[in-house]
Each structure stands twice: as structure tokens, then as C-alpha cells.
Design a protein. Structure first.
Lengths: 565, 179
């Protein structure tokens, strides 16, 4: 229990020294995974660019598998571990529960990450991230995923334990902060996700070594997606929490309503896991009622939750900015935001790309019948590069610009390049997403080495526009990779050579929160603090109108295809 | 009451919700309900709903049916591989087999007629992606999926495999003629 506490002089945050070290190592491991996944991305982008077609087929499928595993799993989950420890021990000003066990989790995740990469790069496991049976990877591949997941599960329990510690030692009064509540949401979904993963990956491992005879391919898909999609919902909860955190740190923004924001997180816990069905809408063997109920997250309550967060985050910022005096017209609060601060610009771009591109396309592709227009086309990577890359990864990058000074005690080098990076990465990725969705609407397949079908008994010529859009995806894909590389370089060089910053005071005693005055709790109730947010409402209505139009355009497309019944 | 601090007001759940926020919540809720009802509506009135008729099947059982179907209805063969072109009786059953890396056989259909196309995979997951119509259906091994299809226009259509199925995945191209 003997740990020390450091007060960061720049932010006033208190770090448990043991937790701090864990956060740093998890963040570093995450960035390393991002580097490996980014190198793989070069192979993916340059091969799918029709006029470049860099790699032969076997290597293409290999780097595509590695890209998926490194980015979707390793980069994101390592970073989320750092976020969980931050949101518990730092935000609640308490010690981290069982740091030694947290290290065990970290070591397991690291072993899993290295083993997984080895299994894929050795060439025996080009089965894609989804590894649909009966296509078989080497046993190491499944073992690696299991070890990584067990490590992450340990991290989740350390997070939950830390919440218990904080409560027992009374380090805070009342309720946990909203951001911690969001992290708790992510953690609960993570436990469900990892349980689904265990249910399917352990038998698959046994099958790969010959102990189990057969895994039913459809059952595999149903349960695997209980992990595969739910893990993306961990990301949603985590990056929404980060939006709230950055809004609070950069603008001093307060949630418009704690009740509404927390209720929206609660809806995530209740309904997000149902989205396993999104991947099975065009599958045989599953009933329409099951598909409709599950794909809609039980009548779209989880979509409603995201629409609420998409409103309350900018709304909170608008309210804070208006109070700070930016009160002219609808959008002065937005125009006068610190757009040169990469944490802020990254957060806004993340919010925008996730909402307008990822969110709308996600609901459309997740509509039972409409799914047949996009299932397994490159529309799907277009959609999830808007959610997971434009949304999650960009939010994590934005938070990193805040974490380097406070957690690593270094100043970011090259502030001008830092200011450009979120735009370079975010805008390029948004373009990639758009053109991939465009090409997918024309039918172009995902996970496909050759649009020209060389060696096939027939010819099929995709429309010229499809080739054009895949070419644009190539160009902007490379730009996005440049943006990602710039991020890694900036972070690594800042950690190595950035100006060392004042550590702040370290003591053996915990410093509690500044006490809440009774007056403060009175003044926040009622409408005394109330600020209208017309700008946010305008933006939200714009989102809704785009959403409605795009949704019905796709029904129009569907009505024009062959009759199916 | 910053988002990274415990709520200053311990009774935060008693605070009223702002009118604009309520408006947005109700809009989002209503839109969700419309989208939910839309899927059900399409099952009743739409002409494109994916069939749920599925049978567990084995390679042997499906091959027997598919071979019989091909033997009885082939009208010619095409390409160097002598892929049979099979004319399906209007309203009849067609058996389409996906395997590494081919769609077998070529089907010949008539515009405006409805056919029961039985999709089956002999090995891995495959993807039935009909182009340029752009209908995409997953083909899962072990499951015979009976999809009723009604072509709306004459022409030559391609079946792209759009589920990754190994090194020859990009050569897996099939064909449907609609007269």
C-alpha cells in the first residue's frame, strides 16, 4: 500500500506513482502497436490502389490481417488500459488497486501482442482479423488473442477494484465524475466482450490443435461478433468519455445535464452489445425478428444515446464558450475555439467524423434489408475507418497531446507540426472513408486483392467511378498514414528530447479534492446557470437532416434491385 | 460541475433537463422509432427481403441435388473449364455451389420470373455478391440458404465472391444470364 502521490503543477491532477507508471507503459505499448499497424497500412493502401498494386496476393492478405489485429485490438486496448487507470485513480484521487496484478495484466497483453504479430507475420495465419472458421490459423494466433484478452480483463478488474478503493477510502463525495462513469461503461462492455471472446476463442484454439472436431461456422460468427462488434463499443464509450474530458480540460465545460449524459451511457451498457447482429444481417439461418431487434440495438436506444452525446458534448462547449463571452451569432463560440490546440481540434474532428460519417453510415448499413446493399463491400471498411479511426484513434491522439506534458512531464516539440497533425490525419481519413463508402455503394468488395479479377474464367468490369474512388482512397490513405507517422514521430521525439517539465511535488499523503461548498451545490440547480445552445442545436439538426436524407436514399436504391423474398 | 470532477451537486439527478436538450432527445427518439418501424414496414410492403429459409446440409446431400439439377437442365457449356450453363425452369429451384474458388454452375434465368436459388458452400465462408445489381449475401458452410430471386432486367450478371476465402479469392467469379 506504500505508494506516493504526485500533484501535476500544470493541471492540478494527482497521480498515484504506481498507476502513473502503468499508464505510461500502456500508452507507449499502444503507440508501438500503432506504428506496426501503420506500417502494415502502407501495404494495404498501396495494394488496393488499382494503379499501384504493390504486394502479391499472399502478402496482401498477411498485412491486412496484421493491420486489423494491431489497430483494432492492440493499439486501442493498450491505450484504453491507460485511460481506465487515469479515469479511476487520477480522477478519483485515490491509489490504484493492486498495481502488481495490473502489471501482470500488462505483461500478458504484451506477450499476446508479440505472439499475435509473430503468428501473423510468420505467414501461417492470414485469416483476417475475423478468423472465420473453418479457415484455420496457427494455434499461436488464437492463443495470442486469448492471452491479450485475459490481460485486458485483468486491467478491467483493477479499474473496478480502484473504484471500490476510492469509495471505501472516501476519496470523493457523492458520485463519480461523468468521465469516470463513461470509463466504467467502457469497462462493463469490455467484460462482456472478453467473455464472448473466451466463449468462442477457447474452443477454436482447441479445434486448431485437433482436440475439438468441428466448430459450427454460423455459431462462430454469432459469438465471435459478440466480441468483434462489442469491442468497438468499448471504443465508443472510451472516446465519448475522452470528448467530455477534453471539453472539460480545454474549455472548463460542464455537462449540460449530468442526468442526461449518464443516462445515455447507461443506454450503451444496456443495448450496445446487441450489435453483434450488424454483421449477420445477410447471413442464412437467423430469423428476421432476431435481426431487426438486435441490429436496431433494441429499437435504436443506443443510437439515441450516441445522438445525445453528440449533442451534449458540443453543447457543453458552447455553453462554456458563451459564458466566456463568445456570445455573438450562432457560431462565434465555435469560430473562436482554440483551433491551433491539437487536443481541441482532434476532439472536434473526432466528434464530427464519428457523427456525420461513421454514425450515419453505421445505422444505414445496420438496417436489416439495406445491409444487403453493402454487406462485405468496401463500404464496411469505409464506415469503420470513420468510427474507429476518425472517431476513436483521433480522440486518443487528441488526448495524447494533453497526456504528454502531464503524464510524461515533457513539452511537445514542434508545436506548429502538432497543430497540423490532427487536420492532416483527420481530414485524409474522412476522405478515405467517404470514397471507400462510394466504391462500396458500387459494389467493390472488401478484403479483395484484385479488382480486375486476373485469372478468373470471366471478366467483370467495375464502373470507372469505382476505380477512380479506389485511386483517391490510395492517395488520401497515404496522406492519412503520413498524418499517423507524424503523430508517432512527434510523440516519440517529445518523450526523448522534449523540454523536461517540472514534476511537481510528490508526497506520501493523498491530497483530497478541494471541498465542495454547500453554496456551490445550490447555485448549480435550477436555471441560474442556464445558457442556451442554439449553435449546437443547429448543427444537430443538420446532422439529423443529412441522416434522414441518406437513410431514405438507400431505401430507394434497395427498391431498384432484384426482387428478393 | 466539470465532467472530470464529481458532480458538485450531489443530487444531480434532481436537476431539471433543459428544454433544448429535451427537444433533441425527443427528436432522436422519434427518428429511432421511424427507423425501427421502417424495417418492419418493408417486411410487409417491400419487395426486397432476405429469405430466412435455411437448412442444415452436408456436402454429400447438397452435391447430390446440385448434380441432378445440372445433369437435367444443362443447355451448353462455356469457357475452357466447360462450366455448364443451366436453364432454370420459371419458378423452379436452382442450386448454386460456392467452393474454392468457383461458383458452379452458370444459371440462366428469365426476367420477371421468381426462382428459388439454393446457396451452399463446400468449404469456407464465401460471399454471394451479384453485380452490377449489388446484392450481397453471406454463404456459410453447412447451411443451405434458399433465396427467392426475381430478376428485373435482362443482361449478363457477375457473381463476385466478397468473403475472403484464401489466395485465389479474386479469381472466384461466377455468372448469371437473364433473358
Amino acid at each position: 500500500m506504500a505508494t506516493t502521490y504526485r500533484i501535476c503543477p500544470r493541471t492540478g491532477l494527482q497521480y498515484d506513482t504506481a498507476a502513473e507508471k502503468l499508464m505510461r507503459w500502456n500508452a507507449v505499448a499502444a503507440v508501438l502497436a500503432l506504428l506496426v499497424g501503420g506500417i502494415m497500412a502502407i501495404g494495404v493502401v498501396l495494394t488496393r490502389w488499382p494503379s499501384v498494386k504493390l504486394l502479391p496476393a499472399d502478402q496482401f492478405y498477411l498485412v491486412l490481417t496484421a493491420h486489423g489485429v494491431d489497430m483494432l485490438l492492440i493499439w486501442i486496448i493498450f491505450f484504453e488500459m491507460a485511460v481506465l487507470y487515469f479515469c479511476s485513480s487520477t480522477l478519483l484521487r485515490c491509489r490504484l488497486a493492486t498495481p502488481k496484478i495490473a502489471w501482470l495484466g500488462f505483461i500478458l497483453m504484451t506477450i499476446g501482442a508479440v505472439m499475435g504479430n509473430y503468428a501473423v507475420l510468420a505467414g501461417e495465419s492470414s485469416v483476417m482479423f475475423t478468423s472465420y472458421v473453418p479457415m484455420q490459423a496457427s494455434p499461436l494466433f488464437y492463443l495470442a488473442l486469448i492471452l491479450f484478452a485475459v490481460g485486458a480483463l485483468i486491467g478491467c478488474f483493477v479499474f473496478l477494484g480502484t473504484l471500490v478503493v476510492a469509495r471505501a477510502e472516501k476519496t470523493y463525495e457523492g458520485s463519480i465524475p461523468l468521465v469516470t462513469f463513461g470509463a466504467l461503461t467502457a469497462c462493463i462492455i469490455a467484460v462482456f466482450t472478453i467473455a464472448s471472446g473466451a466463449v468462442i476463442l477457447i474452443p477454436t484454439l482447441l479445434w486448431s490443435v485437433g482436440i475439438i472436431q468441428e466448430i459450427d461456422p454460423l455459431m462462430y460468427r454469432v459469438i465471435w461478433w459478440g466480441m468483434g462488434h462489442s469491442s468497438q463499443q468499448i471504443n465508443v464509450s472510451a472516446h465519448v468519455s475522452i470528448w467530455y474530458a477534453i471539453a472539460a480540460i480545454a474549455f472548463g465545460a460542464k455537462p449540460l445535464s449530468e442526468k442526461v449524459s449518464r443516462f445515455a451511457f447507461l443506454l450503451y451498457i444496456l443495448f450496445l452489445q446487441l450489435a453483434s447482429a450488424h454483421h449477420l444481417l445477410s447471413d442464412p439461418g437467423l430469423g428476421s425478428e432476431w435481426k431487426v431487434m438486435n441490429t436496431s440495438y433494441f429499437m435504436y436506444f443506443a443510437v439515441m444515446a450516441s445522438m445525445i452525446h453528440g449533442f451534449t458534448v458540443p453543447g457543453a462547449i458552447e455553453a462554456a464558450q458563451r459564458k466566456a463571452g463568445y456570445n455573438n451569432g450562432l457560431f462565434e463560440w465555435l469560430r473562436k475555439a482554440p483551433w491551433g490546440n491539437p487536443a481541441v481540434s482532434g476532439m472536434f474532428l473526432s466528434l464530427f467524423i464519428f457523427g456525420f460519417l461513421g454514425g450515419i453510415s453505421g445505422v444505414v448499413v445496420g438496417t436489416e434489408q439495406l445491409n444487403m446493399l453493402m454487406h462485405n463491400t468496401i463500404y464496411i471498411p469505409g464506415h469503420f475507418h470513420a468510427t474507429v479511426v476518425g472517431g476513436t484513434t483521433l480522440a486518443f491522439m487528441a488526448l495524447t497531446y494533453f497526456l504528454v506534458p502531464t503524464l510524461f512531464k515533457r513539452e511537445m516539440i514542434a508545436p506548429k507540426l502538432c497543430a497540423i497533425q490532427p487536420y492532416l490525419f483527420g481530414i485524409s481519413m474522412a476522405v478515405v472513408s467517404l470514397v471507400l463508402m462510394g466504391a462500396g455503394t458500387l459494389g467493390v468488395s472488401r478484403r479483395h486483392w484484385d479488382m480486375a479479377f486476373s485469372g478468373a474464367p470471366f471478366q467483370y468490369e467495375w464502373p470507372g467511378a469505382a476505380y477512380l474512388m479506389m485511386g483517391i482512397a490510395g492517395i488520401f490513405g497515404m496522406l492519412a498514414i503520413a498524418g499517423g507517422a507524424l503523430f508517432i514521430l512527434l510523440v516519440v521525439f517529445s518523450l526523448l528530447f522534449g523540454k523536461k517539465l517540472d514534476e511537481g511535488t510528490t508526497s506520501e499523503k493523498r491530497t483530497p479534492f478541494a471541498p465542495n461548498t454547500a453554496a456551490a451545490s445550490v447555485s448549480t440547480t435550477g436555471s441560474a446557470e442556464h445558457v442556451a445552445v442554439p449553435g449546437t442545436l443547429t448543427l444537430a439538426l443538420l446532422l439529423l437532416v443529412s441522416f434522414v436524407l441518406y437513410y431514405f436514399v438507400n431505401w430507394k436504391y434497395l427498391s431498384e434491385v432484384w426482387g428478393l423474398s | 460541475m466539470s465532467a472530470i470532477l464529481p458532480p458538485a451537486d450531489r443530487l444531480w439527478w434532481k436537476q431539471p433537463i433543459d428544454k433544448i436538450e429535451w427537444t433533441w432527445i425527443m427528436l432522436a427518439f422519434t427518428w429511432g422509432m421511424i427507423m425501427f418501424v421502417m424495417m418492419i414496414y418493408w417486411h410487409i410492403n417491400g419487395k426486397q427481403n432476405l429469405s430466412t429459409e435455411t437448412y442444415k446440409s452436408t456436402r454429400e446431400m447438397f452435391t447430390a441435388k446440385a448434380d441432378k439439377f445440372i445433369a437435367e437442365n444443362t443447355i451448353r457449356t462455356e469457357t475452357e473449364q466447360n462450366i455448364p450453363v443451366v436453364k432454370v425452369a420459371p419458378g423452379g429451384d436452382a442450386y448454386l455451389t460456392a467452393s474454392l474458388w468457383r461458383w458452379w454452375p452458370i444459371l440462366e434465368l428469365e426476367k420477371g420470373q421468381t426462382y428459388k436459388v439454393h446457396l451452399y458452400s463446400m468449404d469456407y465462408n464465401h460471399g454471394f455478391s451479384l453485380q452490377p445489381v449489388n446484392i450481397n449475401i453471406q454463404v456459410v458452410p453447412g447451411y443451405e440458404h434458399v433465396v427467392k430471386m426475381t430478376p428485373t432486367k435482362a443482361g449478363t450478371y457477375s457473381i463476385v465472391c466478397n468473403e475472403y476465402c484464401g489466395i485465389g479469392h479474386h479469381t472466384m467469379l461466377g455468372r448469371i444470364y437473364v433473358k
